[in-house]
Design a protein around this ligand. Structure first.
Ligand code: ADE
Length: 403
């Protein structure tokens, strides 16, 4: 293609955009915890925790995570349950499992350091193309474009791209336009400046175009009455809904819990026995059937304890909760990864958000009633996530638990 044709491409961005954006970033960048230095480990952890998550939501978990596991080696040496527990309140279970698995790989294959190339980084569990490029550019100054959701929005508006950025054709088109203005001297700063601009100025709704330092280079601003109409997105299909029954079986003051398989939905977390309610089955029948199928224990008389609902990132659930008591745990060995735990013991294990809600429901409903570990106050959940100063971390309204 001739230079003439390329120069007339309406998606070509002006070269002056680069120094203006970098100057703006130098003076406006927020002092975020992962920006204190360029430690590749901290940059990696931050990028993983920030996936599809707002900065304000991820920052407290980042602090907690790097305090608990300050190095690759410390993370590799932790148990899966310890790592899951650290991120429990936010529900970043898959991310946490991948971080630990990758840390183990880094200690065995890279001497405990992160590699610097996109190709090597991308082989690590939980590291996709964007995160690999972000680490390579932010930590090692590799000249590669790293566009996360904010950067994609900014690029879409700058170039007035009317396509759906979830399509790989559009993504490649955006990356080509940005690659042409990416400075070889500061690719990481440029990538991070695009994220910062997207988070603080070029917001999804109501962008602050009047204070934008690079509106002069933005086609959406110059050509559209409302730049926020970009990017165009197709509607998502609705999330599936699961109806399940769970049984809180009390054996002499301890609850029966089981660990989910490490791979798959909510992997490695502990929950009460239970499962899907089959068509034509009542929730109580499902509870009785699931208990005996999963544990071999025939259910004692069960009390209905209400319905708990939760929205995970990929599906929503309604859990029909039943409780029953045995004078003591049956003598025989439990099948699989199951154990009898006190409420305090359960509070030390990582559990899904919905299970935490079930426990809270039981404790609230147990006013004046005997409950396992009686003596614990019914108005306090035993499963509050650990947090600084005894306070619970602020929970985002919009966050959903990831699987
Ligand atoms: N989102 C993803 N990575 C980020 C970073 N390094 N700074 C701010 N927001 C981000």
């Amino acid at each position: 293609m001739s230079a003439l044709v390329r120069a007339s491409d309406p998606r070509t961005l002006p070269a002056s955009l680069t120094p203006v954006l970098l100057t703006w970033f130098r003076t406006h960048r927020r002092a975020l915890p992962w920006r204190r230095n360029r430690d590749p480990y901290r940059i990696w952890v931050a990028e993983v925790l920030l996936q599809q998550t707002r900065v304000a939501q991820a920052a407290p978990y980042f602090d907690r995570f790097v305090r608990a596991f300050p190095t690759v080696t410390a993370l590799a040496q932790a148990s899966e349950a310890e790592v899951l527990k650290i991120v429990e309140g936010a529900g970043y279970y898959a991310r946490a499992r991948h971080l630990r698995e990758a840390a183990i790989e880094l200690t065995t294959q890279y001497g405990g350091s992160l590699p610097s190339t996109v190709a090597e980084l991308q082989t690590l569990p939980g590291v996709g193309e964007y995160i690999a490029r972000a680490i390579a550019s932010l930590a090692f100054d590799v000249p590669t474009v790293a566009l996360e959701a904010n950067g994609v929005r900014v690029a879409t508006r700058w170039t007035r791209d009317e396509g759906d950025p979830r399509s790989s054709t559009v993504r490649r088109r955006l990356e080509r336009a940005i690659a042409a203005v990416l400075p070889r001297s500061a690719p990481g700063a440029f990538n991070e400046a695009m994220m910062e601009l997207g988070e603080t100025v070029c917001r999804p709704r109501a962008p602050l175009c009047r204070v934008c330092p690079v509106s002069f280079a933005c086609r959406a601003y110059r050509e559209l009455p409302d730049p926020s109409v970009l990017p165009h997105r197709r509607a998502r299909s609705p999330r599936p809904h699961v109806r399940a029954a769970v049984i809180v079986l009390d054996g002499g003051g301890r609850w029966l819990v089981q660990r989910r398989p490490s791979s798959g939905l909510l992997g490695g977390l502990f929950e009460f026995p239970g499962g899907k309610i089959e068509p034509g089955e009542t929730p109580r029948e499902a509870a009785q059937r699931e208990l005996v199928e999963e544990t071999g224990i025939v259910a004692p008389p069960l009390s209905a304890r209400g319905v708990v609902r939760h929205a995970y990132s990929h599906f929503t659930v309604e859990l029909h909760v039943f409780s029953g008591s045995l004078p003591r745990p049956p003598r025989r060995r439990l099948r699989g990864d199951r154990r009898w735990v006190t409420p305090a013991g359960l509070a030390r294990l990582p559990v899904p958000k919905a299970t935490e809600k079930v426990v809270r429901r039981l404790m609230l409903g147990s006013l004046g009633r005997a409950s396992p570990g009686s003596g614990s106050r019914p108005d306090r959940t035993p499963l509050s996530p650990p947090s600084e100063g005894g306070r619970r971390p602020a929970r985002s309204r919009a966050r959903r638990t990831e699987l």
